[in-house]
Design a protein around this ligand. Structure first.
Ligand code: NI
Ligand code: MN
Length: 223
């Protein structure tokens, strides 16, 4: 089954398939459609870590929709204490949800919450297979992810300063061997301003991946 990928802004996007919607790292500030938490319909809320630019609108959206928060144990616990339904997992853990399998992937970044760890997700959403790296540095074990759970799409931060920059995210693309790379977490603020067209050119000339540039507010169809 195909899925609709809607890029809201920054690192926030939704996947819609089979009448269900998953939102990743809800942060609605400055989105070009002017979406507010009350406008968002979601069944699942994925949170990679607790920095404000990934979690700011997460609990409001989860509560309004009675959606299930999927995150690391520390964030899931905090979500539960804030009135959300939550499923806690942790690094290297996998679980079969009604839509498909989720793996909590490593990420090298701050957690934003006591005792926590930032993470990424490998998600099979009704047959659409995607890796969302969250905020992370480049790390060599990205090479293992495709072997553990095959995926077609890799959603990668390319902004630099807080995460991989385009150069490191090109090596990440080489490691991940996804058919498609979707860049996120760039151009939101001056320190993470990047030339996404140059990134696309570099990835496509040095790896077998294609880069799908999705502008905030745009929707594309994923296989
Ligand atoms: Ni962060
Ligand atoms: Mn971030």
């Amino acid at each position: 089954m195909s899925a609709k990928f809607h890029y809201i802004n920054h690192a926030c996007f939704t996947l819609e398939s089979n009448g269900k919607t998953a939102i990743f790292d809800p942060f609605l500030d400055g989105n070009p459609e002017g979406l507010q938490a009350k406008d968002i319909k979601a069944d699942y809320v994925f949170i990679s870590h607790a920095h404000f630019d990934h979690i700011a609108d997460a609990y409001a959206i989860a509560k309004a929709n009675k959606a299930l928060v999927i995150s690391t144990a520390e964030i899931a616990g905090d979500a539960g204490n804030n009135g959300c339904q939550a499923h806690g997992m942790h690094l290297g853990g996998t679980f079969q949800f009604p839509f498909g399998k989720v793996r909590i992937a490593m990420a090298f970044h701050g957690s934003g919450i006591a005792g926590g760890h930032a993470c990424g997700f490998v998600v099979d959403f009704y047959g659409t297979k995607l890796y969302y790296a969250g905020d992370t540095a480049l790390f060599g074990d990205m090479q293992l992810l495709q072997r553990q759970d095959a995926f077609d799409y890799a959603v990668l931060p390319i902004g630099g300063n807080f995460t991989m920059d385009p150069k490191d995210a090109t090596i990440a693309a080489e490691f991940l061997k996804a058919k498609y790379v979707i860049p996120v977490h760039y151009n939101t603020w001056p320190p993470i301003k990047q030339d996404v067209n140059a990134y696309k050119k570099e990835v496509e000339s040095t790896t077998s991946s294609h880069v799908l540039i999705v502008k905030p507010g745009e929707t594309i169809e994923l296989k």
